[in-house]
Design a protein around this ligand. Structure first.
Ligand code: BTN
Length: 279
């Protein structure tokens, strides 16, 4: 893997100044970008920035994370310059129980930014993964900070890894922009594009409500209408056809026993040979 120039705020700011933000109510406008060489996790660094008084619109990136965090208590491998590892601080306009709506905003923003900066057809998978060709390109971890009522949206986009750079247990399920044929994407531009899309999605959520985000997510989804299997954190599984999202962002699954609302779990898609694969 070839190392790239470290990210620096000027390049990201230059991209942001070259694009027009939408006008209107917003819970996120990218304003202050902190670029670190190494942190434990950009979500933890964002938490420290919040404690130090930084607020919505603050973004922190890192070249590498020594303890990158994934969903459901997993770890997220984040090697030096291999991808974009960053967290954005948002001020949610909805009450905390609806804060998960922002994870759909973030997934749509990332998929759209990847589509804009490459010619790759990025899709989203419930709840908030971004996939290319059925393999996971990006993961998103949302954490709410109740003391300041702020939300940390941590986003990891794989960019330069070769297959052997991924740990063996995720090698078959993960991909990077380079593996998908887009090796030359500029990290500062891609980050700028995600931040602008995130800003736009937050405005749409504030002004038009979750239904508008849900429509965008459904249009990019690779699960709706498909046979899927959901593995719950406790190990139980459920199979059925993914029908849509409800107001809370729960996945609606049509099973033999009726309709089920899924609030947490890992979704696998059913392949033509009847097997299920988990991106
Ligand atoms: C997942 O399990 O799919 C979520 C992965 C989220 C990874 C990103 S990388 C930047 C931010 N900092 C972290 O520690 N995690 C998120």
């Amino acid at each position: 893997m070839e190392l790239q120039e470290p990210l620096e705020p000027r390049a990201i700011g230059a991209y942001l100044r070259s694009t027009q933000p939408g006008r209107g109510r917003n819970s996120f406008a990218p304003e202050r970008i902190h670029c670190r060489a190494e942190v434990d996790s950009t979500n933890e660094e964002a938490r420290r920035l919040i404690s130090a008084g930084w607020g919505a619109g603050t973004v922190v990136t890192a070249e590498r994370q020594t303890a990158g965090k994934g969903r459901l208590g997993r770890s997220w491998q984040s090697e030096d310059g291999a991808g974009l590892w960053f967290s954005a601080i948002l001020e949610p306009e909805v009450s905390p129980e609806y804060a998960a709506q922002y994870s759909f905003v973030a997934a749509v923003a990332t998929a759209q930014a990847v589509r804009m900066e490459t010619d790759l057809a990025a899709k989203v998978k419930w709840p908030n993964d971004v996939l290319l060709d059925g393999r996971k390109l990006c993961g998103i971890l949302l954490e709410f900070v109740p003391e300041q009522s702020l939300l940390i949206a941590g986003i990891g986009i794989n960019m330069r890894q070769k297959a052997e750079d991924f740990p063996p247990d995720v090698r078959e399920k993960a991909t990077s922009l380079a593996l998908a044929g887009a090796a030359d994407v500029d990290r500062a531009r891609l980050l700028g594009a995600v931040l602008r899309q995130l800003e736009d999605g937050c405005r749409v959520l504030a002004e038009e409500g979750f239904a508008a985000i849900r429509d965008r997510w459904m249009a990019l989804s690779c699960v709706i209408g498909r046979q899927i299997r959901v593995q719950f954190p406790q190990g139980r599984t459920e199979r059925g056809v993914a029908e849509g999202l409800d107001e809370d962002g729960a996945l609606l699954l049509r099973t033999e026993g009726g309709r089920v609302r899924i609030l947490s779990g890992d979704v696998s898609l059913r392949a033509e040979d009847g097997s299920y694969f988990l991106a």
